[in-house]
Ligand binder design. Structure first.
Ligand SMILES: C[S@@+](CC[C@H](N)C(=O)[O-])C[C@H]1O[C@@H](n2cnc3c(N)ncnc32)[C@H](O)[C@@H]1O
Length: 516
């Protein structure tokens, strides 16, 4: 790991007055995410392609100040110095140069290029290192400052709730993206911390550029090491999580199993997350032989683990071979592959999972909740919240499914699909042998159910409780006398956990909010 910069840091934190001038330029140029995204034909700048990646919009002559800023700071292309100066004006031109945001090309005083990427995002501006022209991170510097507008950071931001009035910490902050956003959206104060000196410098630059220096402090810290005994209402982190046999990139590599940084983040939660507070980490973790991710996370929490509810929201799962392919960018060397497979096997790794781990320190006087869900790309704070509420419903409402279901009028969720499975018989007829219930939102869930499932879903219209549903199934001749309310309640719970059915005690979040 590097704590010192390996490369000159191009941008400067002085003169302070230049920040005001640059900010005024960015506002005057409508260099904000909605305007720039519209200009590029998109709804957001997360994952927006550059010209070098084949973007067709705004590819022609640069004729206005917004286009000039996009060409310089998003596309990383050079422009004629005189053109930029005439578009932005003398004062802003000087301020851009003074802060090191732009510079002449070596040996060519007439051309100007950006020294860093500068992207408008979610009401703020973030400077980061320019992506290498090849669009491959390979070949860049070890302490490369990770851009705030990439897809992975976009996903990370999408799972973090606003925290008005809270004291927030972003560990592994890079540009400081989540800390700055929290402060801009009403947090009482935020700390952005990163191991890497270059990232700390960029985060400080971003704090000044966004005029948030009264609310955001930037700290250089190896995970919790320099955080002292400070405690927080909300801690968020998007650490490096790629397994590495040799450390190459600080933003990416995280020890032999990819968990070296994440593990230390979780281990610090008992000392730094306040009662009622939360820790949200976006990373890849692995299920090991004999220990699931959730069990391992609970072990890391140590003695206080029972104070934490834990929700594990998965985007995807992949095996050791896929991990090898991803780490080596499609590696095909048989010997190397063998080495990696043996390595993963020696760590007892069964499968990797790209996850959001959310811990809430709220489990006092009751058993803690542990829930695991697969969510694909549609996770949001509201969906995470629903998963916690579901866990609380299960653990709080009695020992049997039937007792938890008392007074509940289940309702099927719109968009749910049910299919019956038929099997051909020796007499040429067909028998119904099962059913599948599929919910697309908020997670994609497929539940194998008994043949009566479609009728049960029809009966779940919000007017019947479990007893009434059971009697409906009896009238339809679908259950015999041995089937009781507990059996029906259990099936309703399985379908409710998959969001195929909604219970009044655990409402689903409105879709419009979660898909915003
Ligand atoms: C994937 S980047 C995420 C940056 C930013 N939070 C984002 O989402 O865009 C991971 C960051 O973790 C930092 N990092 C790596 N090891 C660390 C450690 N031991 N302690 C603190 N930060 C670390 C890297 O310098 C890098 O900035």
């Amino acid at each position: 790991m590097s704590a010192a910069g390996t490369q000159d840091v191009p941008i400067l934190l002085e003169p302070r007055a230049a920040f005001d001038v640059v900010r005024a330029l960015l506002v005057r140029a409508s260099y904000d995410e909605p305007s720039v995204a519209r200009r590029l034909g998109r709804s957001s700048l997360i994952g927006a392609p550059r010209l070098v990646e084949g973007r067709k919009t705004l590819a022609g002559e640069v004729a206005d100040v917004q286009a000039a800023l996009i060409r310089l700071f998003i596309d990383g292309e050079s422009l004629e110095s005189t053109l930029v100066q005439s578009l932005v004006g003398d004062d802003a031109f000087e301020a851009l140069r003074a802060l090191g945001l732009v510079r002449s090309l070596p040996g060519d005083d007439r051309s100007l290029a950006a020294a860093v990427a500068l992207v408008p995002l979610q009401g703020l501006w973030f400077a980061s290192d320019l992506l290498p022209r090849s669009d491959q991170v390979d070949g860049t510097i070890q302490d490369y400052v990770y851009g705030a507008s990439g897809d992975l950071t976009g996903f990370f931001l999408s799972v973090i709730p606003d925290a008005p009035g809270a004291h927030v910490l972003e560990l592994c902050a890079g540009t400081g993206v989540a800390a700055l956003r929290a402060a801009a959206r009403g947090a009482a104060g935020a700390v952005a911390s990163d191991l890497v000196g270059r990232c700390v410098h960029f985060a400080r630059f971003n704090v000044l550029l966004n005029a948030l220096d009264d609310r955001v402090r930037v700290v250089q810290s190896d995970v919790w090491e320099s955080i002292g005994d400070e405690t927080f209402d909300l801690v968020v982190a998007h650490p490096p999580y790629v397994p590495a046999l040799a450390h190459v990139y600080d933003f990416r590599d995280a020890g032999a199993d990819g968990e070296h940084v994440t593990r230390r983040i979780v281990q610090g939660a008992p000392a730094h997350v306040r009662r009622g507070g939360r820790l949200i980490v976006r990373a890849a973790l692995s299920d090991r032989r004999g220990a699931t991710i959730a069990q391992r996370v609970r072990e890391w929490l140590g003695e206080s683990e029972s104070e934490f509810d834990l929700v594990q929201l998965e985007s995807s799962e992949y095996g050791p071979f896929d991990a090898y392919q991803s780490v080596t960018k499609g590696g095909k060397d048989f010997v190397d592959c063998e080495r990696w497979m043996r390595h993963f096997d020696s760590l007892q790794i069964e499968r990797f999972s790209l996850v959001v781990i959310e811990l809430r320190r709220e489990a006092y006087g009751r058993a803690p909740v542990t829930e695991r869900r697969t969510f694909g790309a549609s996770v949001s704070p509201e969906v995470a919240d629903w998963t916690f509420r579901w866990g609380r419903f299960l653990s709080g409402g009695g020992d049997t499914a039937a007792s938890r279901m008392v007074g509940q009028m289940p309702r099927v969720v719109s968009g749910v699909r049910a299919a019956v499975h038929l099997e051909s018989q020796s007499d040429g007829g067909w028998a119904t042998v099962g059913a599948t219930v599929e919910a697309a939102w908020p997670s994609h869930a497929v539940v194998k159910a008994p043949p009566l499932a479609p009728t049960l879903l029809e009966l779940c219209d919000g007017t019947r409780d479990v007893e009434a549903i059971l009697s409906g199934l009896r009238s339809a001749g679908l259950v015999d006398a041995l089937v009781g309310a507990e059996d029906v309640a259990r099936l309703v719970e399985v379908l409710a956990a998959a969001a195929a059915i909604e219970l009044p005690a655990c409402r689903l979040p409105p879709r419009a909010v979660t898909q915003a």
